[in-house]
Design a protein around this ligand. Structure first.
Ligand code: KIV
Ligand code: ZN
Length: 544
């Protein structure tokens, strides 16, 4: 039995952080400096295997990031592909307050492409990088340290001639020679860099050592006091958040993060973990930030839906179990006083039941008003499609929650559909061989076929594979209830692999067999999309 504490009970008590603020500091806050929150969900996050975020979705995520107070949004790597260029340009033009950064290697072509994409932003930033560790310089770049130094300096000087705000990253900094790193930073600061970033590119660092590196750089780099020192950590050993916070304790004043910690391999430092650590342990950190943490759950769900990357239930802050109390002894303690087992209020991350009186009788205006409240502004066509889906769902489900609406929105704004489900009939039971009959629409018209399987879902997948002539291998399959109650919408996530491509497919429906068919088709559509829009540079080659 999982137990959630009601809002009214929480209202009577202080949070643990309020309690400790008063007991440890007598209520006096220490002097704080601002920490810049740099979100790279749309760039490093998009480098998660199988993830491709289209332009429209990038703009949706960027608007939400800006709305919650993120200072810098890294929108992509414009030189990687024409699609990435367009997406960065669209994000740059959509953001009003946040700085929009574009990534570039040190070549003039990359920097020109980055500048072209962001030059219309209210606050543009060029982010250029080159590797500084011996292993990368020798085996990947085939460049001497002197050549790397010259390329970095020249790139920053050129970027500065185009844009006032220039960030320089020394890729694989945590495995670089410290004195070479400082020499590199001195050169780029003299060339005009305004932020210098210390990445733990391969997630190799441990907190004490990483803090020591940040302190060393600050103490030994001439001109460092004129720029912002940034940290960018990967999670290969599960220490990205710890290393980032150690960096902050050592003097870093920019942290690079992604929503849900998505990113290359084991991912990047999670935005939600950093924001809630700084908020919950405010007396322990010398920094403050202006992030509306109440929007964390909603943006986490949006990113989960758009990327199709599921969140593990025990994930800190945003996992389904993060605020659930299972053990009787814990439930008893929380009932007596939530501070016994709860260090954060669920409301502080925006976790509420989110039930709203929308249903079968709700009109278009009520739906539009709720969408606005949730931060969605859709085109007329999208609203028409959404409202039609809303009415269909309202026939099956009495109350439509905010989560249901999020699911509908994500289904409307999606990957181009090469294959579309038109009809599905499944026969299954104790004395019958599971059989599926499916009709799919593609560019050539409608195709209908039937196939057997070991179970109903296997029969559905076999039939779809037969119709689409797909040879994709099903590498992962998961089903979960997306919303609460017995009339919940089921969510199916599949991971498909074919000829070196990997794609995540997602399907949502109150019927899990239909959700499975939708997920499989969504995965095939993503594979088609990847094949038609291959990245010019494989992100795995040079970035992490
Ligand atoms: O991990 C890394 O080194 C990067 C840089 C491009 C900042 O992502
Ligand atoms: Zn990275």
């Amino acid at each position: 039995m999982v137990y959630f504490i009601s809002k009214s009970k929480r209202g009577k008590v202080k949070t643990v952080s309020e309690y400790y603020t008063i007991t440890q500091t007598g209520g006096q806050d220490m002097a704080k400096e601002n920490v810049v929150i740099f979100d790279t969900t749309l760039r490093d996050g998009e480098q998660s295997p199988g993830v491709a975020i289209n332009t429209q979705d990038k703009v949706r995520i960027a608007r939400r990031l800006e709305g919650m107070g993120i200072n810098v949004i890294e929108a992509g790597f414009p030189a990687a592909s024409p699609g990435d260029f367009e997406a960065v340009k669209a994000v740059a033009e959509a953001c009003e307050r946040a700085t929009v950064a574009a990534l570039a290697r040190t070549s003039r072509e990359d920097i020109n492409r980055a500048w072209e994409a962001i030059k219309n932003a209210k606050r543009p930033r060029i982010h250029t990088f080159i590797a500084s560790s011996s292993i990368h310089m020798e085996h990947k770049l085939h460049m001497s340290p002197e050549a790397v130094l010259e390329a970095a300096e020249e790139a920053v000087r050129y970027a500065k001639s185009l844009c006032n705000d220039v960030e320089f990253s020394a890729e694989d900094a945590s495995r670089s020679d410290r004195d070479f790193l400082c020499k590199l930073f001195v050169a780029v600061i003299e060339a005009g860099a305004t932020t210098v970033n210390i990445p733990d590119t391969v997630g190799y660092a441990i907190p004490d050592e990483f803090a020591e590196l940040v302190r060393y750089v600050i103490a030994n780099t001439k001109g460092i006091n004129k720029v912002v020192v940034s940290v960018h950590c990967h999670n290969d050993l599960g220490m990205a958040t710890a290393n980032t916070l150690a960096g902050v304790m050592a003097g870093a004043r920019q942290v690079e993060v992604t929503v849900n910690g998505i990113g290359e391999r084991a991912g990047n430092t999670a935005l939600e973990e950093i924001a809630m650590a700084i908020r919950t342990r405010s007396t322990s950190f010398p920094v403050e930030m202006a992030i509306a943490t109440e929007q964390i759950v909603s943006i986490s769900r949006l990113v989960q839906m758009i990327t199709g990357m599921p969140i593990q239930p025990n994930k800190a802050i945003v996992g389904a179990n993060a605020f659930a109390h299972e053990a009787g002894i814990h439930q008893d303690g929380v009932l007596k006083n939530p501070m016994t087992y709860e260090i954060m209020r669920p409301e502080s991350v925006g976790l509420t039941s989110n039930i709203m009186p929308l249903g079968k009788h709700s009109g278009r205006k009520a739906v539009i008003a709720k969408l606005r409240e949730m931060g969605y502004v859709l085109s007329n066509q999208e609203l028409n499609d959404l409202f039609a889906e809303f009415k269909k769902l309202a026939d099956k489900k009495k109350v439509i929650t905010g989560e249901d609406l999020e699911v509908l929105v994500s289904a409307i704004v999606k990957t181009p559909e090469t294959f579309r489900l038109d009809y599905l009939l499944v026969a299954a039971g104790t004395d019958i061989i599971p059989t599926a009959t499916i009709r799919i629409i593609n560019n050539d018209g409608k195709i209908v076929k039937a196939e057997f399987g070991n179970g109903p879902i296997d029969a559905v997948f076999n039939t779809i594979a037969k119709i689409t002539s797909s040879k994709a291998e099903l590498a992962r399959f998961s089903i979960s209830g997306l919303t609460g109650g017995t009339d919940a919408q089921g969510e199916v996530i599949v991971c498909l692999k074919e000829n070196g491509w990997t794609a995540i497919g997602r399907g949502v429906d109150p019927d899990i067999i239909v959700a499975s068919a939708k997920a499989y088709l969504n995965g095939l559509n993503r594979l088609e999309y990847l094949r038609a829009n291959p990245p010019v540079v494989s992100p795995n080659d040079v970035l992490s």
